[in-house]
Design a protein around this ligand. Sequence first.
Ligand code: SF4
Length: 420
Amino acid sequence: MSFERTQEKLKILADAAKYDVSCSSSGSNRNNTNKGLGDATGMGICHSYTEDGRCVSLLKILLTNHCIFDCAYCVTRKSNDIKRAAFQVQEVVDLTINFYRRNYIEGLFLSSGIFKSADYTMERLVAVAKKLRLEENFNGYIHLKSIPGASDELMKEAGLYADRLSVNIEIPTKEGLKLLAPEKNREDFLKPMLKVKNEIIQYKSEKHIIKSTPKYAPAGQSTQMIIGASGETDQQIMWTSNYFYEKFNLKRVYYSGYIPISYDSRLPQIGTDVPMLRENRLYQTDWLMRFYGFKVHEIVNNEHQNLDLDVDPKLGWALRNMEHFPVDVNKADQLMLARIPGLGMKSVGKIIQARKFRKLNWEHLKRMGVALNRAKYFLVCDSRDFERRDLTGPQLKSIILQNSTSKYQKILSPQLNLFE
Ligand code: SF4
């Protein structure tokens, strides 16, 4: 294989992989063993940020962009007139090792179009990971896409070599999937996810008894949903996420604003804005559910099916539920403190510690780094003045928006710009 041809393939297959955002590698703890190559401990996302804010890089490619399916929202769909390419298993292994040795990457994110069948494709993805681990002694991070419909045996093998596995459910609702990818079946996504979940549980419990039990997908599994391609509400999206977190113990659900790539009348037309701000609000809501004790129905429900774009979901909830405020920071429990706009979990922890020794006032809160420009309307402390002065939710919203132009009126980065 000539160098030029490999380069051309790399260009095509790296470009095709860029639509997948589900490549966070945080959470893995595969250590370098036996003088091998790489160390996946604490590594992160392809040219993006880990949950602790570090930027890392992965070789992010498809094995092939040939596909037997014709999902309307996908650039790789079989009816799309694009250049196609496919790597051999050994080529991906060689590229990964070469890039790693040159310090270009810290791991591999490997996905694929489906060629011939789900198993035929999955077998090759697993073969790449297996060769890297067993023949090249590679201990860097590996994230493999699970191919919907792949057999249990292949899914079981995949988790023995990959740090993270993910199946993209792509479209948040069954109806949307039927409309845009009628050949696909939701069960085909769920089956490998369930297998991976069960294997993770089983391997973990065996490890308690037999120390030499290998790790199975130590960074867990994740999925991705495309947002804005099929007319779903934020309420539907968040209930879908909630279902996947609860039913399959997912580490993360990723939200990817649909990038118009076709003139298909079922989809937003080319030139339509990518819903970046909506994507950001969904990440924030996801964060509230996972770390702040919010339930889906509190943030999105039949009366409020879509998230506010002008304020973050925690502030939006507070403004619609003013009867819960003001919260007394010297008395409230952790859950209620976490609901005060402007207070992140770090500040909540500091407040709970500090109030053991003294009653807290504005000055104390300021020194702790609480964002008082918002929080002051929602709390009372050991100071006289209370900033809300019987304002209604809409009045307060207008004051906060006027005073917070930079925070609420610019388009925010889609990930990780969450709560203070
Ligand atoms: S099966 Fe996957 S790669 Fe193939 S068209 Fe559908 S979304 Fe794209």
